[in-house]
Design a protein around this ligand. Structure first.
Ligand code: ZN
Ligand code: ZN
Ligand code: ZN
Length: 246
C-alpha cells in the first residue's frame, strides 16, 4: 500500500521495466531518491521498483559518479554535479513544454528526458532566464539553481531597497513583496501595494507613512522591510507626491 502510493510520485518512464536505462537516467533517479530520503542511497538502490540492472552501480562507480561501501552509497562531487545538471535541464524542459508550448505533462515528460541530453548548460540557462528562473517543476519538485539564477538574484538584490531605506519625498516602484503570508500579501494588494505600483515616502517618524495614487498608508517597520522597491529619480514617473497637491 505504502509502496503503491509512493510509486505515483515517480515520473512515468521510471516505471517502464523493459528498456535498459541509460546511466544518466540512473543518476536522475538517484538525485530524486536523495531529495526524498537523504544522501545515503544504499537501501534504495536495491529496491525493486527502480529496476536496477546488474552492474549499474559498479559502472557509475567506475565513472567516478558514486562511491559505495557496505553501508553507504552516495554521489561523489562529480556525480552530484552531473545529476544536478541533468535534473535541472529535465525540470526546466518540463516547464518550457507545459507552460510555453501547452503540452500535457505526461507527454512533456518523455520529451524533457530527451532534451536534457542534447542541450548545453548555456542554453539551459537561457531557457531558465526566458522562463523567469522558475523554482519548481510542474510536479512541484525543486529546480536546481544555475548561474543565471544566482546572478539574477544578485542584481535584483543590489538594485532594490526596502521601504525603510528610503527618505521622505522619495518615489519608488515596488519590485516585489517578500512575504510568505498569504493574508499579508492579500492585505497589501488590497491597499494597492503590489509589484509595479508607484509609491512615495510621505513620512518616516514617528511611523512610516507611504502614499499611493489613491491613499495614504502607515506601515509597520517589519512589513516595510519586506517590500522591495526600485528607487525612481524624482520626476521620472510623476512629478511629486500627490499629497502635496491638495
Ligand atoms: Zn530526465
Ligand atoms: Zn517535474
Ligand atoms: Zn536561472
Amino acid at each position: 500500500m505504502g509502496a503503491k502510493r509512493r510509486h505515483q510520485h515517480y515520473p512515468g518512464r521510471w516505471r517502464r521495466q523493459h528498456r535498459r536505462k541509460t546511466l544518466d537516467e540512473y543518476l536522475e533517479i538517484l538525485w530524486y531518491m536523495q531529495e526524498r530520503h537523504g544522501t545515503n542511497l544504499k537501501k534504495f538502490m536495491i529496491h525493486e521498483e527502480f529496476d536496477w540492472q546488474p552492474g549499474v552501480a559498479e559502472e557509475l562507480q567506475s565513472m567516478g559518479y558514486i562511491e559505495q561501501s557496505e553501508t553507504e552509497l552516495k554521489f561523489t562531487p562529480a556525480g552530484y554535479e552531473k545529476a544536478r545538471q541533468l535534473v535541472r535541464s529535465h525540470r526546466l524542459a518540463e516547464r518550457l513544454l507545459t507552460d510555453v508550448l501547452n503540452m500535457k505533462l505526461d507527454h512533456a515528460e518523455t520529451s524533457a528526458c530527451e532534451f536534457e541530453h542534447i542541450i548545453v548548460p548555456e542554453i539551459v540557462d537561457g531557457i531558465c532566464t526566458l522562463l523567469g528562473h522558475p523554482k519548481i517543476c510542474p510536479h512541484g519538485l525543486p529546480i536546481p539553481e544555475g548561474n543565471c539564477c544566482r546572478e539574477a538574484k544578485r542584481s535584483i538584490e543590489s538594485a532594490t531597497k526596502n521601504l525603510n531605506q528610503l527618505q521622505v519625498g522619495q518615489q519608488a516602484r515596488i519590485a516585489y513583496i517578500n512575504t510568505r503570508s498569504n493574508s499579508r500579501m492579500h492585505q497589501l494588494t488590497q491597499l494597492g501595494i503590489r509589484p509595479g505600483a508607484i509609491i512615495w515616502i510621505h513620512q518616516k517618524y514617528p511611523a512610516l507613512v507611504i502614499r499611493t495614487d489613491h491613499t495614504q498608508i502607515a506601515l509597520d517597520e517589519e512589513i516595510a522591510n519586506d517590500i522591495l522597491v526600485w528607487e525612481l529619480q524624482s520626476g521620472s514617473v510623476a512629478t511629486k507626491d500627490p499629497a502635496s497637491e491638495g
